[in-house]
Design a protein around this ligand. Structure first.
Ligand code: UDP
Length: 317
């Protein structure tokens, strides 16, 4: 049985990866320091014979006993609110943490996949964003801690590949949504959903004309699995190219929840990208992958999860 280490394995994407690898017959070592991850996301896997949890901060030396065939480096605060609150940890996990897991991959002769991000393109001047675009990033703005950490992580990953011959893959993840997002992580969908479900004002930043392209989590996870198993070393975009303005997205959440909430405008955060849409021609060509879950279906499933979660919180669990 092959063995995979997933850092950030108790987070939103990490925990879905744990499920996928367990389902496909791998042994999974899930590592997390739980600063933004949550044990509730992997509670159903505890005690499973293929699953092991290690509570560890990957910015410190990473030790894993026994063989490791694959490493997926998903540990990082990933929402703008999280990395504003945890700027140093965000920089450390992208830089020192990436160095540590690459060292582990080299020692174990494992293949490593780095979770990178559309944020490497910054506030893009090219649209949609192809992998060949180098980006428009403000290194010293509030988002710089995440953007530059991920850019450094990509550089470090390529250096380990070129200099040490480590087998590496880099996925550039675009906005993703689905069950297990934290209701209070400050991102657009959890914010709008919790506001709509509580009957509070829905806070659209700026005039809401900025765009994003939202991918349902099961689509993303399948794309990542295919990339890991492919021979593609250069960064690869995985995301859903269907683009929507944030105002229209807020309206959809109101419609789907049947909420009576009003949409109100708040200041646009500094360096908030005005447009974002992945060009996924390469993923289509190399991985034979494209997203299949329409926004309406994904939204229904995610809103069901949020409803249950809010209900539970009110129920005192
Ligand atoms: N946004 C918003 N209201 C909120 C949270 C986010 O209008 O309560 C906007 C945010 O300014 C951005 C978009 O929604 O333009 C997506 O933000 P998110 O935090 O989800 O992630 P980003 O794509 O900016 O990393």
């Amino acid at each position: 049985m092959e063995r995979v280490l997933i850092t950030g394995g108790a987070g939103f994407l990490g925990s879905h990866l744990c499920d996928l690898f367990i389902g496909r017959g791998f042994q999974v070592v899930c590592m997390d320091n739980l600063i933004t991850g949550n044990m509730d996301n992997v509670a159903h896997l505890m005690g499973h014979p293929q699953f092991r949890f290690i509570h560890h901060d990957v910015t410190n030396f990473v030790y894993v006993e026994g063989p490791v065939d694959y490493v997926l480096h998903f540990a990082s605060p990933a929402s703008p609110i999280d990395y504003l609150e945890l700027p140093i940890q965000t920089l450390k996990v992208g830089s020192l943490g990436t160095h540590k897991v690459l060292g582990l991959a080299k020692a174990k002769n494992a293949r490593l996949l780095l979770a990178s991000t559309s944020e490497v393109y910054g506030d893009p001047l090219e649209h949609p964003q192809r992998e060949s675009y180098w980006g428009n990033v403000n290194p010293v703005g509030p988002r710089g801690v995440y953007d530059e950490a991920k850019r450094f992580a990509e550089a470090m990953t390529m250096a380990y590949h070129r200099y040490h011959g480590v087998e590496t893959r880099i996925v550039r993840i675009f906005n993703t949504y689905g069950p297990r997002m934290r209701l209070n992580d400050g991102r657009a969908l959890p914010a709008f959903a919790s506001q709509a479900l509580r009957g509070e004002d829905i806070t659209v930043f700026g005039d809401g004309s900025q765009t994003r392209s939202f991918c349902y989590v099961s689509d993303l996870i399948e794309g990542i699995f295919r990339l890991l198993m492919s021979e593609e070393v250069e960064p690869t975009n995985i995301g859903n190219p269907s683009e929507i303005s944030i105002l229209d997205f807020a309206r959809k959440v109101v419609e789907f929840t049947g909420s009576t909430s009003r949409i109100v405008n708040r200041d646009l955060p500094v360096d908030d990208p005005k447009i974002r849409q992945p060009d996924i021609a390469k993923a289509r060509r190399v991985l034979g992958w494209e997203p299949v879950v329409p926004l309406e279906d994904g939204l229904r499933r995610t809103l069901d999860y949020f409803r249950e979660h809010i209900g539970r919180q009110q129920g005192g669990n």
